[in-house]
Ligand binder design. Structure first.
Ligand code: HEM
Ligand code: HEM
Length: 191
């Protein structure tokens, strides 16, 4: 079995079709947003630059960013329906036992499995929050760019600062996710 088939298999075991589809779509769009943002550009008067690469990069970033708003809302809603709030934010309910177990596993240089109320779930909760903040701040920038240009610069700075959260999340959750996928694949190909 190749790595891609094994990855899809792993996700199929853990996620129902709608969650799987949204997770993969959001993952691709967020990575593309981070990449494309490097090529965006505006003129001094705040219009989209008319240099070809900057022009397309800016519009692609704005359109896929706006698409990410409803997709993220739907994803977060489905996760809420599947697991509720306590699963992702156990520390608000004084529930620390799984977190302690996961930290002990980490101290033994082992990788904890994603469990309810555990470290992975806590990080996912924060990640979904980061996703909503980044997408909404982009959306608010878009509104102010069109309706209240004097605000646009400050809102853009807020959006740019918040993107650090989603970058950290993609590296953390995405990195550990890839390690899990790798071990699953190794295990499967051995049997
Ligand atoms: C989840 C969705 C989004 C992600 C992950 C994202 C990510 C990013 C990143 C990584 C940057 C570069 C930050 C920096 O240079 O420090 C950026 C900049 C920017 N984003 Fe987004 N963004 C999203 C949604 C949006 C939306 C919805 C809009 C507007 C419709 C938008 C408009 C902008 C603008 C105007 C900039 C500044 C570009 C520049 O002046 O160079 N973003 N975004
Ligand atoms: C902004 C982007 C992302 C968000 C919001 C996100 C969010 C989530 C959430 C909420 C889950 C739990 C799904 C469930 O079991 O119901 C999950 C699972 C997973 N994600 Fe992501 N993710 C993102 C990006 C990534 C990336 C870049 C990777 C790297 C390959 C990745 C790999 C995985 C894997 C392997 C799982 C299943 C294992 C587990 O439940 O931990 N994700 N993700």
């Amino acid at each position: 079995m190749n790595f891609l088939q094994s990855t899809l298999n792993y996700l199929r075991l853990r996620q129902p079709p709608a969650v799987r589809f949204l997770h993969i779509t959001i993952l691709c769009l967020v990575l593309s947003q981070i990449l494309v943002s490097n090529f965006m550009g505006f003129t001094d008067t705040g219009e989209v630059s008319n240099k070809v690469i900057k022009y397309y990069a800016t519009w692609i970033h704005m359109l896929s960013g706006l698409t990410l708003i409803p997709l993220s809302l739907l994803f977060v809603y489905l996760e809420y329906r599947r697991y509720g709030i306590r699963y992702f934010f156990p520390y608000f309910y004084g529930e620390f036992s799984q977190l302690k177990k996961d930290l002990q596993t980490l101290l033994h240089f082992d990788l904890p499995e994603p469990e309810a109320y555990g470290l992975a779930a806590i990080i996912k909760g924060l990640g979904m929050g980061a996703l909503l903040l980044v997408a909404f701040s982009g959306g608010v920038w878009f509104l102010s760019w069109n309706l209240l240009p004097s605000w646009a610069h400050s809102v853009k700075e807020i959006h740019e600062t918040l993107t650090g959260l989603i970058e950290a999340y993609v590296i953390g959750h995405g990195g550990v996710g890839l390690v899990h996928l790798f071990f699953y694949w190794k295990n499967k190909s051995r049997h």
